[in-house]
Ligand binder design. Structure first.
Ligand code: ZN
Length: 280
């Protein structure tokens, strides 16, 4: 649970996620988590009233402090970008770091009421901000995004969009869910829009928060149904059916895209024929 208005003392030992700009502090000696007492963080004491508890990791509480764009040099601390931190972190830490970053972004982008322009105030019983004038309340934004791995006759469909071009990487298809749309409808629509084919046998796989900036990736497996690959040329530049033994450069297993691809490859190799009815 996320809590604001936290009571702490100099002896309070915790995992600290302290953001400055797009970066987070970490210990110079050990990579990953910054674990210490509040008393050792003199440079952050001006932010005591803004500390947010974002959960716990192991038996330690996790606290967020957002310094916005204030840049502070500390001898025993270094800065690391959020992406680099998440790439070097164990999976169990991924969730808490993602949450901290999303809450920090929420606070930065909701300083004023979207309805009347008055300054927003923190609510102390839940993670939200509220306008004191018109009572408009806002919660941290979460944007659902479907991601789908498609197989057909022993091959997997992988595509390359603009972001993957510079790294020559191919990945699964993904896209944001539109207002009023079911997750399954979003899968069918995105696949057809991006590569011009239809799919069937949708199966829920897993989900993953992706804090750049506030996506919740919802993963599905699907089978090809009909059509010929025809990329849209905007979001997707190239897409092909790949043989599991001749895969291009693909995302790491840390990401849900990497996990979907790995699972599909295993299914293909085991020649599994899973038939779970589509829910759409
Ligand atoms: Zn207002």
């Amino acid at each position: 649970m996320i809590e604001q208005n936290i009571l702490i003392t100099a002896e309070t030992r915790a995992i600290w996620l302290i953001f400055s700009g797009e970066k987070v502090f970490q210990s110079s000696e050990s990579s990953g988590l910054l674990i210490t007492t509040w008393g050792a963080l003199n440079f952050a004491h001006a932010y005591q009233e803004q500390i947010v508890r974002i959960g716990s990791h192991g038996d330690l509480p996790c606290f967020l402090i957002d310094m916005g764009n204030e840049h502070i040099e500390q001898n025993n601390l270094s800065f690391i970008s959020m992406r680099a931190l998440l790439m070097q972190s164990e999976t169990s830490f991924f969730g808490i770091a993602s949450r901290a970053w999303q809450v920090a972004l929420f606070m930065r982008t909701h300083r004023f009421c979207g309805q009347c322009g008055t300054a927003m105030q923190q609510i102390n019983w839940e993670m939200a901000v509220q306008c004191s004038r018109c009572q408009h309340r806002c919660y941290p934004r979460i944007s659902p995004c479907i991601i789908v791995s498609i197989r057909h006759e022993g091959k997997i469909l992988l595509a390359q969009g603009k972001p993957q071009r510079s790294r020559q990487m191919f990945s699964t298809l993904a896209g944001f869910v539109e207002s009023g749309e079911k997750l399954e409808q979003a899968v069918h629509r995105e696949v057809f829009e991006e590569v011009g084919i239809t799919v069937k046998n949708l199966r829920y796989f897993s989900s993953q928060p992706w804090p750049f900036p506030h996506s919740l990736m919802v993963g599905f497996l699907a089978d090809f149904d009909s059509g010929e690959i025809e990329v849209d040329g905007k979001e997707i530049l190239e897409a092909y059916w790949f043989d599991p033994d001749k895969l291009p450069n693909i995302p790491p297993k840390l990401s849900i895209a990497g996990q979907l691809i790995q699972h599909t490859i295993e299914e293909i190799k085991q020649q599994k024929n899973i038939t779970i009815p589509s829910h759409s």
